[in-house]
Design a binder for this molecule. Structure first.
Ligand code: UDP
Length: 455
């Protein structure tokens, strides 16, 4: 028997990938700190792989995506995965709600990733409050909103593109599903479908903070009531109000922090480039080679996360000849790395979590976006937040070694480097303010909570 009185029981349902689990997991911890019981439901496959440990308040439970043995890798196609997840996910989500129904704390709110719009239908069937939780920037959401509602016609035939509240965008700044028509149709349908449910959701939460995207938020708020509640990174790195919250706590890959820390701690302040392309990107052999030679050609130290699946793409003898110049890791605790004083710049694919982490920790960036929303985020990194540069891509789709070297130098020691550092520091301060007591995101979380509690 549970004897604690909660203000409600929230079920968080992320899309099953690292970049989508992290923010919902963190948001759940925030709600726990505000007196709620929270359960994070992952797929059975992820649960079995990661074996997360429930604590007294934050619980872990499961639904099924229909691929319990191998997850996404087991599916025949993206389309097949998403379809099966909808069918089996809806059923097993309903089972989870029913399982909790006659307990002391039945589920009374579902916060779902709008990549899984069917979750709202399930919530509504049970009369449960449903909140959509967007895990990409407000700007990207607003672009998709325009396409979904026919306000931006595809294919795009004239540029630049004007969307209220967003900077003027060229085709290369648009999410890749738009700039490269026909690429990943199943994912494109999925990102547009976010609005098929969110327009009916009881609340719309976005993992950004008002000050970071004020114009986009103001503009989108005219057509959709949204609440920016981020950044959802562990409290230790921002407001320090949540006890023992210094890690996301659910890692799809294994890392050994001490190796990175020991290595970084021997390097001078601001002297190391950190490189990572997140959990999903797969680079071409040629791109890996260009990166490797750029790093070799530059004089800086570097820490490069090369996932096990990417290692074979490194040039021959690259690792053997590194010496003390560089460290290659298959995964790391990115927050620990970014907060280490030795880091001078982050060469990133501009995944939204990575970018938000760098902004929150005040680290300038070199953007080398690969696909999906990363291109738009890279545009913001360079031209809106002014915390770094975006590397130019050649006609063959590759960012060449000279360009990478140039960008790294520009951020590490170029004329604009000092401005990037100054701006990065400013965004860090604003991020801390937003999530601290009385800050814009904190107030929005309270508004969400009271809306739900009084619903
Ligand atoms: N990450 C990490 N260690 C690594 C690389 C990435 O912990 O070595 C984390 C990172 O902190 C971020 C997430 O993985 O929270 C990646 O999310 P993002 O949205 O940046 O990219 P995605 O993986 O979705 O492409």
């Amino acid at each position: 028997m549970e004897n604690k009185t909660y203000r409600g029981h929230v079920l968080a349902l992320p899309y099953p990938s690292q970049g989508h689990i992290n923010p919902l997991l963190q948001f759940s911890k925030r709600l726990v700190s505000k007196g709620f019981k929270a359960t994070l439901a992952t797929t059975l496959f992820i649960h079995n792989t990661m074996q997360p440990q429930s604590s007294s308040s934050l619980q872990f439970d499961t639904i099924s995506d229909g691929y319990d043995e191998g997850g996404f890798a087991q599916a025949e196609s993206i389309h097949a995965y998403l379809n099966r997840m909808e069918t089996i996910g809806s059923k097993t989500l309903a089972d989870l709600i029913i399982k909790n129904k006659n307990t002391e704390n039945p589920i009374d709110c579902i916060i779902y990733d709008p990549f899984l719009p069917w979750a709202l239908e399930v919530a509504k069937k049970f009369g449960i409050y449903g909140a959509a939780f967007f895990t990409q920037t407000c700007a990207v959401n607003f672009i998709y909103y325009h396409v979904h509602h026919g306000l931006l016609k595809l294919p795009i035939t004239s540029t630049p593109i004007s969307i209220p509240g967003l900077p003027v965008l060229e085709l290369e700044d648009m999410p890749s599903f738009i700039s490269v028509p026909g690429s990943y149709p199943a994912y494109f349908e999925m990102v547009l479908n976010q609005f098929s449910s969110s327009d009916k959701a009881d609340a719309v939460l976005v993992n950004t903070f008002y000050e970071l995207e004020a114009e986009a938020v103001d503009s989108m708020s005219k057509v959709c009531q949204l609440l920016p509640i981020g950044p959802t990174i562990p409290s230790f790195y921002l407001d320090k109000r949540l006890e023992n919250d210094n890690d996301y706590g659910l890692n799809l890959f294994v890392s050994d922090s001490s190796v990175c820390n020991n290595w970084l701690n021997t390097k001078p302040e601001g002297s190391v480039i950190y490189l990572s392309f997140g959990s999903m990107a797969s680079l071409s052999n040629k791109q890996m080679e260009e990166l490797a030679f750029a790093l070799k050609g530059s004089k800086f130290h570097f820490l490069w996360v090369v996932k096990a699946s990417e290692e074979a793409k490194l040039p021959e003898k690259f690792v053997e000849e590194l010496g003390n110049r560089g460290l290659i890791m298959q995964w790391c605790s990115q927050l620990e790395v970014l907060s280490n004083k030795a880091i001078g710049c982050f060469l990133t694919h501009c995944g939204w979590n990575s970018t938000l982490e760098a902004l929150s920790l005040g680290v300038p960036m070199v953007g080398v976006p690969q696909w999906t929303d990363q291109t738009t985020t890279a545009k913001y990194v360079q031209d809106v937040w002014k915390v770094g540069v975006r590397a130019k891509v050649c006609e063959n789709g590759i960012v060449e070694r000279e360009e990478i070297e140039f960008c790294i130098k520009e951020v590490m020691e170029g004329k604009r480097g000092k401005d990037f550092q100054k701006n990065a520091k400013k965004w860090r301060e604003l991020a801390i303010q937003a999530i601290s007591e009385g800050g814009s995101s904190d107030k929005n979380i309270d508004e969400f909570v009271s809306k739900f509690v009084n619903s």
